[in-house]
Ligand binder design. Sequence first.
Ligand code: PLP
Length: 496
Amino acid sequence: MSNPETPDSEGAPPTGDMSPEEFRRFGHELIDWIANYFEHIEELPVLAQIQPGDLKAQLPASPPERGESMATILADIDKLIVPALTHWSHPSFFAYFATSTSAPGIFGELLSAAFDVKSMLWRTSPASTELEELSLDWLRQMMGLDAGFSGFIYDTASVSSMHAIAAAREGVEMRIREEGMSGRTDLPLLRVYASEQAHSSIDKGIITLGLGQRSLRKIPTDSEFRMDPEALAEAIDEDQRNGMLPFCVVATVGTTSTSSIDPVPAIVPICEKHVMWLHVDAAYAGSAAVVPELRHVLAGCERADSLVLNPHKWLFTPFDLSVLYCRHLDLLRRAFSLVPEYLRTPEQEKVRSGSDYGVQLGRRFRALKLWMIIRYFGHEGLAARIREHCRLAKLFAAWIERSKDWEVMAPVPFALVCFRACPPIEAETEAERAGKLDTLNEAIMHGVNATGKAFLSHTKLNDRLTLRLSIGNIRTTEKHVRQVWELLDEQLRLLS
Ligand code: PLP
């Protein structure tokens, strides 16, 4: 970026914003910088190679008294900020759920920052309100969901699921909105059910809503990490016999550890029998339904009450953008709508206002980037990219299966492979062998990550440390998957 020795301004003007000339100049420069960043990103280490505190130690502890020049600030991005980044946009980022920004998404964010609308009432942001309804309806169609689902954008799946459970709770007609839950003797223990593999965001949603952790009952899973529907039915019956009020089941399509798919078609009749709300957490895998031959992963979801998916995970949308599809927006509205006089508008009965459906008043114009992404790539383009990620994951799994020193630890329905090294190991007992294998696999993962050439993460399956390779970046190709496979094998040879 610009040479800090020759700043073209002495810093911020005493009043008002940056001049249009300066904005234009640095704006062009910044776009060039981002284009270069993507062109050369593979030269950077994926995982930040710094120690805790390193960045803060290089920055002043107190704020500047006078404005600094933009050139000086941008120079610090290169010098200080980039080395302190873990590069989620790197094609060899395979950790957690690999995600991806994209050029149309970046442009959408840029424009959204310029417009800076607060999407709370229709009149404060007609474009945001209507584009949100339209783009979520497009996404719904691409996923093959029926028109009974209306979409709403939140920041994250954690928040989407929390709102879904709040709507479900509103549906039990116990006047919780008005009277709360504490100090009441007329309220039974409300119960929510999710599998042992459900994401921790469900626990946090329950905590946030004041239901308490004992309201969440974890249901065991089968050998492929899917919720056991018989165990679910038994748990609900037992709780009812004990005077509790089961009101919501959370099924997961694409669990975090293994991307397993709960048997939604078998869970639906259980929910219907007990008149319970079915929320589907498809935060990761919901996007896969835009691929026509993968739509079946949402089987049964046509009878769910709500479903969350995260375009910021696997639809090339810069963080953050999570979508909640819900069949009962009226309940969501009843749980959260509150219109003080200063927010009353003449059109309020005819339009949808974002602030009626959640905790937040002002909301970002997130729909813009999603609308731009869907238009730029088209349904076919989005499907092609997700399909390719799934192909690469299956290819990697096939290499693992062919090697006698490695094993696949879970089915691969999407673009996540759970695996580990399992070379012959000398040990007196099975427990000792298991411990040594865990230690070896952890060392392999840290060894690969320390090279800076790839970044993997782990989980525990049946108490065994398991490595995870998640493919979700728009830049990831077969070359990158082959490279991480070679790195893994190299570490195994070094360490065993
Ligand atoms: N649900 C599942 C299945 C996830 O894998 C994750 C995150 O990885 C979440 C929910 C939480 O997502 P967010 O970060 O958008 O809250």
